[in-house]
Design a protein around this ligand. Structure first.
Ligand code: NDP
Ligand code: GDP
Length: 345
């Protein structure tokens, strides 16, 4: 008998990679997507898993308790991975209530469904380094105090503590993975790395003049998403439920990533000016290829994230392998290929 797993948010970056991993490991995967006017399966199509007979696509909304119970009852999973969320920090400032309902209380719906239907099911909650926010220690580890700086971070912190509360109150095998930013060619274009690599590809191909960004000084610990979903799976195979940081222990600025991405496309840039007047110029043509647009600044910012994944290494045997340079190059090349083919996701 094959094991069943539920992956919420299969239309997202991590959902697609995790479904691919679980299918390769012989699971039957119930991947959830939202009913929208134009459902988008481009990621699972790009991975070539959309027609796998062991992949069942289930329409589901995390904000509905009844359908959460129904999902768990129908799928009969041994493992549930809750990856669905309103996951974009920028949007969470404009839609704080929706973010709380989806990203915060949504996780509670799944925990309740597990408690009521089958408390033996193992549960993974997609927690985030955004919970560290205004950081209280460098690098951040599992017991670094939290100080979220966005409605997204606050909602995720609620879901994180609920997972721990259900672990302690009902003996549910609930794991919280505090994952630092992880990127890939499947990353959404609203996030800074993919926005940069897609724009750099368009600039290289003459389809765009200038990339516009907000805070270039923000520092992030960026890893490769495909490796991070392996860490999620390992957490649910452990002997006991726990909380783990997955990160690379290296941090770079958004500016560094911009320069790396242009270099990856064969364009050398010089940065000029400062603050809102800062720009990047193509040294070969003298054209401005990046400038600041204040509309991309956030009401409050997370300035610096860097995580130490030592616990995950010792207890789960997990460690990141892909360097930021390799990751950036992989993303630039994927976006050059897509833009040459007229791909627009
Ligand atoms: P994505 O934004 O790519 O995917 C989010 C998924 O959630 C999408 O499939 C989306 O569906 C779905 N979703 C949104 N709202 C609902 C809802 N109301 N009901 C059901 N599904 C919904 O995120 P990632 O794959 O990058 O991240 C996966 C998880 O990990 C998220 O919870 C994110 O917050 C968290 N995380 C991500 C990090 C990262 O760097 N990538 C870092 C730390 C945590 P739709 O396509 O319809 O919008
Ligand atoms: P986050 O860490 O989850 O907020 O991931 P993002 O990729 O959305 O943002 C990473 C950092 O890049 C944040 O500090 C943003 O303020 C910064 N940033 C600067 N310009 C932009 C931009 O144009 N878009 C996004 N998404 N982020 C930007």
């Amino acid at each position: 008998m094959k094991k069943h797993a539920v992956v919420t948010g299969i239309t997202g970056q991590d959902g697609a990679y995790l479904a691919e991993l679980l299918l390769a490991k012989g699971y039957v995967v119930y991947g959830t997507y939202r009913r929208t006017s134009s459902v988008n399966f481009w990621r699972i199509e790009e991975l070539g898993i959309q027609n796998n007979p062991d992949l069942h696509l289930v329409e589901y909304d995390l904000t509905d308790l009844g359908s959460s119970i129904e999902l768990i009852r129908q799928a009969e999973p041994v493992e549930v991975y809750n990856l669905a969320a309103q996951s974009f920090v920028g949007v969470s400032f404009n839609q704080p209530v929706a973010t709380a309902q989806i990203t915060g209380v949504g996780a509670l719906h799944l925990l309740e469904a597990i408690r009521l239907v089958n408390p033996k099911i193992r549960f993974y909650q997609a927690s985030t380094s955004e919970m560290f926010g205004k950081v209280q220690a460098i690098p951040q580890v599992e017991d670094t105090p939290f100080y979220p700086r966005s409605p997204y971070g606050v909602a995720k912190l609620y879901a994180h503590w609920m997972t721990i509360n259900y672990r302690e109150s009902y003996d549910i095998f609930g794991c919280s993975g505090i994952l630092f930013n992880h990127e890939s060619p499947l990353r959404g274009r609203e996030f800074v790395t993919r926005k940069i690599t897609d724009s750099v590809a368009k600039i290289k191909l003459g389809k765009l003049d200038t990339l516009e960004l907000g805070n270039l000084d923000a520092k992030r610990d960026w890893g490769f998403a495909k490796e991070y979903v392996e860490g999620m799976w390992r957490m649910l195979q452990a002997d006991a439920p726990d909380t783990y940081v997955l990160a690379t222990n290296r941090t770079e600025t958004v500016r560094d990533f911009v320069s790396m991405a242009f270099k990856g496309a064969g364009i050398a840039v010089d940065f000029n000016g400062s603050g809102e007047g800062e720009s990047a110029v193509d040294t070969a043509t003298g054209k401005t290829v990046m400038r600041i647009n204040p509309k991309f600044h956030r009401p409050s910012e997370v300035e610096l994230l860097i995580g130490n994944p030592a616990k995950a290494k010792t207890q789960l045997g997990w460690e990141p392998k892909t360097t930021l340079e390799e990751l950036c190059q992989m993303m630039v090349e994927a976006d050059l290929r897509r833009n040459r083919q007229g791909f627009s996701f």
